[in-house]
Design a protein around this ligand. Sequence first.
Ligand SMILES: NC(=O)C1=CN([C@@H]2O[C@H](COP(=O)(O)OP(=O)(O)OC[C@H]3O[C@@H](n4cnc5c(N)ncnc54)[C@H](OP(=O)(O)O)[C@@H]3O)[C@@H](O)[C@H]2O)C=CC1
Ligand SMILES: N[C@@H](CC(=O)OP(=O)(O)O)C(=O)O
Length: 364
Amino acid sequence: MSIKKAGVLGATGSVGQRFILLLTQHPEFEIHALGASPRSAGKPYSQATAWRQTELLPESVGNIVVQECKPEAFADCDIVFSGLDAKYAGDIEQAFVEAGLAVVSNAKNYRREPTVPLVVPIINPEHIDVVANRVNAAKAKGEKRPGFIICISNCSTAGLVAPLKPLVDAFGPIDALTATTLQAISGAGFSPGVSGMDILDNIVPFISGEEDKLEWETKKILGGVNAEGTEFTPIPDSDMKVSAQCNRVPVIDGHTECISFRFAKRPPPSVEQVKKALAEYECDAKKLGCHSAPKQTIHVLEQQDRPQPRLDRDRDNGYGVSVGRVREDPVLDFKMVVLSHNTIIGAAGAGILIGEILNAKGLI
Ligand SMILES: NC(=O)C1=CN([C@@H]2O[C@H](COP(=O)(O)OP(=O)(O)OC[C@H]3O[C@@H](n4cnc5c(N)ncnc54)[C@H](OP(=O)(O)O)[C@@H]3O)[C@@H](O)[C@H]2O)C=CC1
Ligand SMILES: N[C@@H](CC(=O)OP(=O)(O)O)C(=O)O
């Protein structure tokens, strides 16, 4: 397989830095161009960014000059990963798609578009087929591959849908779901990010827009596609009630979520059947042989005090999701605690895995 040239937009931010780390260690991609705001453009990456990862900034990247986010500077890229601030992502990503580029975005701007896949690659990679259909239709007409965008979900939504999908596959629809999140500070990004004064010795019980995203995105990701294979059909609100409460906690990486849910079919499965379905779930990305696919998609932990962010967020290099305390719920059917790495499977890692799937399917 030939090495694909990758661009990163928003390369200096929290998600952008994670993209850099994952790309420099990747066998299928090489970094070709980096973009950020006009404040950073023209500077070597090492000066443009305030590097905040525990791994050192890869030497090969420090001297790359950061570009303005204009399609011309990225024209040779096979794929462009975006970690842009959502305030600017809309116009910039649209210009990249119109220029014929393949964009995989972390920003929220296009997630709700009916024709845009919203993908958690360990859960619903088949939604990428809507783009594949468009690409193949253009090819059949002898046209060049059109530009396209694939959106990565909100980071908490990624952790939430991870255990739900195997359970829906095994036991049918879920009709009621509650989630209380404990979200890491890396999720708030760097500009300006969360101040120490706000988060140390504290919990902040509000993250702007987050609850609505969990409640809406879950229904698109677990939903279907129309008969023509052109548009997504989210689960209707009347078929699935979702209620989320989101909190920021003093953890650097790793979002924890306490969830409860009920199956539509009665009687529900047993706790043991639920755990077995989770443990046996194998994601399609692994079946496709993708480099970053987790060996174990869902880690079912039996210790009574797990999962914990510091101990469990790096399972399967941050691409695996941990589930613990699976038990019956006296109000709904079951409750459990879910932990996912917010900047890996919830953001940049998801982007990389989507890139691997696109590569495996010949779409880039
Ligand atoms: N952090 C996370 O866990 C997750 C984040 N996301 C989403 O990913 C995106 C990035 O988030 P995050 O990395 O946390 O944010 P940061 O604030 O850390 O980074 C934002 C990036 O956008 C760039 N930028 C700012 N203004 C402009 C501009 N005018 N033109 C071009 N680039 C600009 C910044 O460049 P500069 O340094 O030059 O200002 C920086 O590279 C957001 O849309 C966010 O909602 C999604 C899921 C999870
Ligand atoms: N809001 C998330 C991260 C994020 O930026 O999500 P989104 O891309 O959905 O805005 C958090 O604070 O942890």
